[in-house]
Design a protein around this ligand. Structure first.
Ligand code: 5CA
Ligand code: ZN
Length: 409
């Protein structure tokens, strides 16, 4: 699949800083030390509805991770998937009497437009589940042949007990896992499973649903977790630097994915850090396609909201906190954008070298965007009050905000 166009990332003077980030698996902050090519996998959308502010906030967090790495002069190898076949997508297509491929293509196209408008850096490999199927089938066969998977009425399940590291990503106890598994696409109640938590790797063809050639597995379609594992192993390999997603992916998705990968390769870890963004809510509930309480990026764009203001609204919250989208959050961002634009539109200004370092330090400190924004606010306020004579300053601030925060002033 093609991704979306890249916006330029200006190079900044001086030296970028290594990222210290919260890792869900260790429950603490770790300093990432990627090689010259940093590797990141970010779970993509299931394209049955438009990009909402929750999605945008999560993709914003992982865009910042890359911007910090680019500032250290590393290259970034970024992979993202599109879950373009799965139960919720097929159910929505049936509900709306629409062809599921058309639904997926339309919503993926809209997602690309939203990501472009928000200046999110595109992945180098943007891979759909459907196009990954030929690579998924042999992995499931291998897991089965190695005794890490078993058949149940034609479906193939992964045995969580085959991975001694199972449970280390989310750190949850069995009861919590069972609850979340039922909520998030698992089927802990299905009789005949070795362990109620075992997730499906390959679902045998169902009447009226699309299916693909599964070689010795028989016709069917892939489970959700193996999709991301196949794509990540194909394009990044084991031990990549960051796997990212919203906190609702820690269990079961990232837990199961890590276990699949350990069982397949005999190596550990799958990702060096599992990084999770908080949930964005609306009117007291998590924004979600299934609940329908959504604010869409595309709807705001249609209402002529500047995408830079949307991005500033996302940046005004720490990525790990759960927060509420409100009209006030957007109004504050619109006002801040105007203030910053006024401050950088003067021909000269207050020296900004210290500001570059402050923004760098804030982001390196577990992507502390509220601190980064406060630093720019202080420079803009002082600039407006006193002005200054440094001719390079407004341009430097513009480039810093663009390169590190993805906001074009
Ligand atoms: N296709 C899978 C991942 S492989 C999936 O979870 N798709 S999704 O469309 O449901 O979500 C895409 C990303 O947005 C995921 O990282 C998810 O955790 C995140 N996300 C979904 N809802 C919210 C929300 N309300 N707030 C923050 N992030 C969210
Ligand atoms: Zn995923």
């Amino acid at each position: 699949m093609h991704a979306w166009p890249a916006s330029e990332v200006p190079a900044l003077p001086g030296k970028g800083r290594d990222l210290r980030i919260h890792d869900t698996a260790t429950g603490g902050r770790i300093t990432l030390d990627p090689g010259p090519v940093a590797r990141i996998y970010v779970c993509g959308i299931t394209p049955y509805d438009a990009t909402h502010m929750g999605h945008a906030a999560t993709y914003n967090a992982f865009d910042l991770v890359q911007r910090v790495w680019l500032d250290t002069k590393r290259q970034v190898h970024y992979v993202q998937n599109v879950t373009d076949v799965d139960d919720p997508l097929l159910e929505r297509a049936v509900r709306d009497g629409e062809d599921w491929t058309e639904l997926a293509e339309r919503e993926t196209a809209l997602f690309r437009e939203d990501m472009t408008a928000l200046r999110m850096l595109p992945p180098r490999h943007y891979i759909g589940a459907v196009e990954a199927i030929p690579g998924i089938v042999p992995l499931v066969e291998r897991l089965r042949d190695a005794g890490a998977a078993y058949e149940l009425d034609g479906d193939v399940y992964f045995s969580v007990e085959s991975d001694p590291h199972f449970g280390e990503v989310s750190g949850l106890d069995a009861d919590a896992m069972r609850l979340l598994s039922a909520e998030r696409g698992g089927d802990p109640e299905r009789p005949g499973k070795k362990n109620p938590l075992d997730p499906m790797l390959w679902m045998a063809a169902r009447e009226g649903e699309p299916s693909w050639d599964g070689a010795t597995l028989g016709p069917g379609r892939p489970g959700w977790h193996i999709e991301c594992v196949a794509i990540a192993l194909d394009h990044l390999g084991m031990g990549f630097d960051v796997q990212g997603g919203g906190s609702d992916l820690a269990f079961p998705h990232h837990e199961m994915g890590a276990s699949h990968a350990h069982a397949l390769t005999g190596e550990h870890p799958f990702a060096r850090a599992y990084v999770h963004a908080g949930m964005v809510g609306l009117n007291g509930e998590k924004m979600s396609k299934s609940k329908g309480n959504l604010v869409f990026v595309s709807a705001l764009r249609r209402d002529d909201v500047d995408p830079a203001a949307i991005r500033l609204a996302l940046l005004s919250h720490h990525y790990r906190s759960d927060w509420e989208w409100t009209a006030q959050v957007l109004a504050d961002a619109v006002e801040r954008l105007a203030r910053w634009r006024a401050a950088v539109s003067r021909p000269d200004g207050l020296p900004a070298d210290a500001l570059v370092e402050e923004v760098r330090e804030a982001l390196a400190d577990d992507l502390d965007t509220p601190a980064a924004l406060a630093a720019v606010d202080r420079w803009a306020a002082a600039q407006t009050a006193d002005g200054g004579t440094d001719e390079g300053a407004p341009g430097l601030v513009s480039r810093t905000v663009d390169a590190l925060l993805g906001v074009a002033l």
